[in-house]
Design a protein around this ligand. Structure first.
Ligand code: ZN
Length: 594
């Protein structure tokens, strides 16, 4: 394990072959296609990619899984009375609908946080305490994504109207079911219709309310059904005899023509497939390149289907996955708050420094978003979004946080056109991705350090212990983490002496992957190896996070929380014991034989 490992000759050869010709041609073509999941325009985009792959002789398959997809239809809103007027509104994917019938109700404004932007998705629900909203339409600030920011079921409201932070209304999705639902996740949509309106119109309604009650009529429609969506997977084999592969992926579907989100990512995937294929005789491990549908209109339905369908293959052979969403956007000149799991942090920072000549920062814990559908299987990842606008520029332009397009607020709107893509930034991002992937594919020992992961878990447990105080003792978890940390120290010391020994390298890599299967799953999930946790904020080591509820818990609920912690701590410690055993075996394997 050496985060700074590199093979300069191969790297230079690969970087020299990356150009803008193919990627920019894709971006221009995709900028004419509205790629709704399962649509004809999207099929054209798939044809474009598969015809290029065929031309270059790259082996690939196109799957057509049947997934639950929801395409928003028209929505209306008008004020009633003599001065009634119509407002532009949108409804998100998976909103309950009125089937186009108007519903009349009184409007109530509950002020929310200003310009929370995308971050609302990862906050806890606020509740409308003490307000009777039965039969009312609640208006509040927010993007309406996953209908966060409001306890709609508890309020009795008949609909919710979210005031977006800017001039444009952002498209979005309300379900928190990650991928198409199973028996445990069929009830993850909001209870009532969701509408979104822009800031000026929302303000106009707020102003009207200051003059007395406002009655409105609204309607909405969505087309929600199980339908076939495309998934394209190309494979470029490596030299090694093993079945190990890295999964490099992004979504092909879009809102509107979605250039920054995510034609630029689709272009990056295609260009790197082309160049890695040209240099396949120099790749040690295989790379699979996947384009998913169902991201925007099925909450990552395509990647989730792949995680289900190929679960055992991924568990046994996938060394890492790398998501590619919204690279190469206008004004995106820095790498701040980049997604990487702790074990990959030092590695990714060294890549960005080498290729782009700048420092970078990570989010610390990968957000539950963006086709990161392999946490339950325990696969290490880095990247999702990559480059972004500098914070000063965001502030200068009066922008708010969005979930893609390098920070451009054209994200998820009609404005996400060819103007959002930037040739120089795209070339730089493709070089960063290519370098990181090459170094992962060819590193003698995978460049990840799971001591950083253990440190992240320990810090989370310390926070949970602070909250639990004397009511619950998390020391067994901390002790197990410490034992694991010590064992890992010894393991990485042994790895440093591997040299050219192929058997030792391969054993070391197997151990790294086995450790990921335990620590990533523990750190990011609690719904089980073969299920998907919901699409909402998930803290580090979620099994023990309920400790944070202890300080404010009702006396009658505290014993429930304590029971939860007792049981979950057993599960966590048991997993950590398995991890220590795995590491000890790895050390044993690496030690000199008689
Ligand atoms: Zn995206």
């Amino acid at each position: 394990m050496d985060p700074a490992w590199r093979d300069p000759a191969t790297e230079a050869a690969i970087l020299a072959d990356i150009s803008l010709d193919e990627p920019w041609a894709l971006v221009e073509h995709f900028s004419t296609l509205t790629r709704l999941s399962g649509s004809e325009d999207e099929a054209r985009a798939v044809d474009y990619i598969t015809s290029r792959l065929s031309e270059w002789g790259i082996e690939h398959a196109v799957y057509h899984p049947t997934c639950l997809i929801s395409l928003p239809g028209p929505a209306t809103l008008r004020t009633l009375g003599p001065d009634g007027r119509n407002f532009n509104v949108k409804t998100p994917s998976f909103s309950p609908t009125t089937d186009g019938q108007e519903v009349e109700a009184e409007l109530v404004y509950i002020p929310g946080s200003q310009a929370a932007g995308i971050n609302e998705l990862f906050f806890e629900q606020r509740t409308a305490v003490g307000q009777d909203l039965r039969g009312k339409i609640v208006m509040t600030e927010g993007l309406g994504i996953a209908a966060r920011g409001f306890d709609l079921a508890g309020s009795g409201a008949v609909a919710a109207l979210f005031i977006n932070p800017g001039e444009r209304i952002h498209e979005g999705i309300t379900t928190t079911s990650w991928g198409s639902p199973d028996l445990t996740s069929t009830d993850r949509t909001p209870p009532v219709p969701i509408l979104a309106i822009n800031r000026p119109d929302g303000q106009a309604l707020i102003d009207m309310l200051s003059n007395g009650p406002v009655h409105v009529a609204f309607s909405n429609q969505t087309d929600t059904s199980w339908r076939e969506i495309p998934v394209v997977v190309a494979e470029i084999p490596g030299r090694a005899e093993s079945d190990d592969f890295l999964l490099f992926h992004g979504h092909i579907d879009s809102w509107h023509v979605g250039v920054g989100d995510n034609a630029t990512g689709d272009a990056t995937l295609l260009e790197l497939a082309r160049v890695f294929n040209q240099h396949r005789d120099k790749l040690d491990r295989a790379i699979r390149v996947a384009w998913w549908s169902g991201h925007s209109h099925g909450r990552y339905a395509g990647s989730t289907w792949y995680a289900d369908e190929f679960a055992l293959d991924i568990l046994q052979n996938c060394i890492a996955h790398v998501n590619c969403d919204s690279p190469g956007c206008r004004w995106a000149t820095v790498y701040e708050n980049v997604s990487w799991m702790s074990e990959a942090g030092a590695f990714v920072q060294s890549v960005i420094r080498d290729v782009a000549g700048m420092d970078s920062s990570g989010e610390g814990h990968v957000l539950r978003a963006g086709d990161c559908s392999f946490n339950n299987l325990g696969v290490t990842t880095y990247f999702m979004l990559s480059s972004t606008m500098p914070q000063e520029l965001v502030a200068e332009k009066g922008y708010y946080s969005v979930g893609g397009c390098g920070g451009n607020i054209a994200w998820h709107t009609e404005d996400d056109t060819i103007d959002i893509a930037d040739r120089d930034n795209l070339l730089r991002d493709m070089r960063v991705y290519a370098t990181a992937i090459l170094r992962t594919l060819n590193a003698p020992v995978l460049p990840f350090d799971y001591r950083a992961t253990v440190d992240e878990l320990s810090a989370a447990v310390a926070r949970y212990q602070d909250a639990a105080g004397h009511d619950f003792d998390l020391e067994p978890t901390q002790d197990a983490l410490e034992a694991l940390r010590d064992a890992l120290d010894e393991m990485y010391e042994a790895f440093a002496t591997i040299g050219d020994d192929d058997d030792r390298r391969s054993a070391a890599n197997d151990a790294q992957v086995d450790i990921a299967r335990i620590l990533v799953t523990l750190g990011y999930t609690r719904d089980g190896r073969f299920r998907q946790d919901p699409a909402r904020g998930i803290p580090t080591l979620p099994a023990l996070a309920c400790a944070l509820q202890l300080p404010d818990a009702d006396p009658g609920f505290r014993p429930v929380l304590l029971n939860e912690l007792r049981r979950e701590q057993n599960a966590v410690v048991w997993e950590l014991i398995q991890a220590v055993a795995t590491v000890e075996q790895a050390i044993e394997w690496q030690s000199p034989r008689e």
